[in-house]
Ligand binder design. Structure first.
Ligand SMILES: C[S@@+](CC[C@H](N)C(=O)[O-])C[C@H]1O[C@@H](n2cnc3c(N)ncnc32)[C@H](O)[C@@H]1O
Length: 222
């Protein structure tokens, strides 16, 4: 299932890239090891050299949460998407330092990746930790989670697969809850075991400092 055009949920920023991030971004060997940027119709078995279930993490930011979850669950494969170059550099350093072999990453836009690279009914789960809230009303059209996006992810996750979303924006949370309530493909879940006692993310810390309420949403595909 494809949704052809969409408004981007991010604005490309030229954030500061550290010397070690640069080193990792330049290393060509990472193209085959971790970087899956241009492969269409991904075959996870070929990619990870095993048949383990695969989870897609959208917008991993500094990558710390993704690294800690991947270390805790070596029997699960993870594909991380992040459009921000310093985030990519950062996670490449952490993958190397921790000798992790169950994470592959890409700098593709998530909608593009889901449309053209991820096969239907292939994922064990999808996670979005603190997707950009685009708080101004005039920017709400940039929010990644909308009706079309939920329809798209419902085609990519396997039966009984999961969707995990967290946000510190109550208004965004209310909208997401309504969208899932109106989509018969999903049922609410209490929690997804992978994220029980998970680490707090960078953006979550910021939200907590601002006094925002953290909403955790978990769903299973029927
Ligand atoms: C608010 S940050 C949250 C980062 C991290 N998950 C955390 O909790 O610290 C949202 C991240 O999603 C990324 N992002 C936004 N839209 C995206 C898209 N369409 N595809 C991939 N990444 C995206 C942004 O670059 C940003 O790093």
């Amino acid at each position: 299932m494809k949704f052809v055009s969409h408004i981007k949920s991010y604005v490309k920023r030229n954030g500061r890239i550290t010397t070690s991030q640069k080193k990792f971004l330049k290393k060509k060997e990472y193209d085959n090891n971790f970087f899956i940027i241009s492969k269409k119709n991904l075959n996870y078995k070929e990619l990870f050299n095993n048949s383990n279930p695969c989870v897609l993490d959208i917008g991993f930011g500094d990558g710390k949460l993704l690294i800690s979850i991947a270390k805790k669950f070596p029997e699960i494969n993870f594909i991380g998407l992040e459009v921000y170059e310093s985030g990519i550099g950062n996670i490449l350093c952490q993958i190397d330092e921790n000798k992790i072999n169950n994470i592959k990453i890409s700098n593709l836009d998530a909608v593009e990746a889901l449309n053209n690279h991820i096969n239907d009914k292939s994922l064990f789960g999808i996670s979005l930790f603190f997707p950009d809230p685009w708080p101004k009303k005039k920017h709400h059209k940039r929010r990644i989670i909308n009706d079309q996006f939920i329809k798209l992810i419902s085609t990519k996750v396997k039966k009984n697969g999961f969707i995990k979303i967290t946000t510190d924006w109550s208004n965004y949370a209310d909208i997401i809850i309504k969208l899932f309530d109106h989509n018969n493909n999903f049922k609410k879940a209490h929690e997804i075991y992978l994220y029980k006692n998970r680490d707090i993310t960078k953006f979550e810390k910021r939200g907590i400092l601002l006094g925002n309420k953290i909403t955790e949403l978990s769903y299973f595909l029927n």
